[in-house]
Design a protein around this ligand. Structure first.
Ligand SMILES: [Zn+2]
Length: 162
């Protein structure tokens, strides 16, 4: 798993790897794509007030969802005549896919109590995100995925960090 910080940094690594003179990525797009799978929190919140009810179902956490999002972009590009390149669409697929892969890796020492934060939006927010637990997990993300970002972008891709 990772918090939004880690997912976004992973998305940034992929966007840096895919970027070239013609292919550019918008920071907001990456932020949304990298965390899009977690819209499933809202499915649970709206149905029974527990954000974790449908969390990580294959509907949003699977390679199929990543294909679906890339296809939506392709379709959007066709309709608006933007015609995104294959490189751009492949990066979108990989950014969404990275969310799924990271969520099923639990090697980092996160502090997460799956049995709390089940009573509505605010309980969820103040338990898992805007809390000491959330802050601690975000720092873990920042250290691990931040270091990974620097290593990959600077030494493997040999590109500018920003
Ligand atoms: Zn997730």
């Amino acid at each position: 798993m990772a918090l939004p910080v880690g997912h976004t940094l992973a998305g940034l690594i992929i966007s840096k790897a895919a970027a070239d003179k013609k292919t550019k990525f918008n920071l907001l797009t990456i932020l949304i794509l990298a965390n899009l799978s977690d819209i499933d929190y809202f499915f649970g919140l709206f149905s029974n007030g527990n954000a974790l009810t449908y969390h990580r179902s294959p509907l949003t956490h699977s390679p199929f969802f990543a294909i679906f999002v890339a296809l939506l972009f392709w379709l959007f590009g066709k309709i608006t005549k933007k015609n995104f390149s294959m490189r751009y669409l492949a990066a979108i697929f990989l950014i969404v896919l990275s969310h799924w892969i990271i969520d099923f890796n639990t090697f980092l020492p996160y502090w997460f109590d799956i049995n709390s934060g089940k009573n509505g939006l605010y309980d969820f927010l103040f338990t898992h995100l805007l809390s000491f637990e959330g802050l601690y997990n975000s720092v873990i993300d920042l250290v691990f995925y931040g270091a990974l970002y620097v290593l990959v972008v600077k030494f493997v891709l040999k590109k500018k960090l920003l």
